[in-house]
Design a protein around this ligand. Structure first.
Ligand SMILES: [Zn+2]
Length: 85
């Protein structure tokens, strides 16, 4: 009975150790993977910023003084506005 209980205890300890090491390895791999994704995103983010800027040039209307985007600008409706209405 005592011997069986030692075996059982050792078996339990072995299982716990295996699970513990398993989680440790998974955690380490996950950390590595996350770091890689982060680095990849940083690389992609910087390159895409260079390739296609998301900001548009803002220009001020000489009549109304409103800052509008240089592309697809609509007239403010006032006389002498340089943009097509
Ligand atoms: Zn205007």
């Amino acid at each position: 009975m005592f011997g069986f209980s030692i075996q059982k205890l050792l078996f339990t300890v072995a299982i716990v150790l295996i699970v513990w090491y398993g989680f440790k390895i998974i955690g380490r791999l996950d950390k590595k993977r996350k770091a890689q994704i982060k680095a990849h995103r940083r690389q992609r983010g910087s390159s895409s910023r260079v390739a296609q800027p998301t900001t548009e040039d803002m220009v001020a209307c000489v009549v109304c003084g409103t800052f509008v985007t240089s592309r697809g600008t609509k007239s403010c409706g006032r006389e002498g506005c340089p943009y097509p209405g």
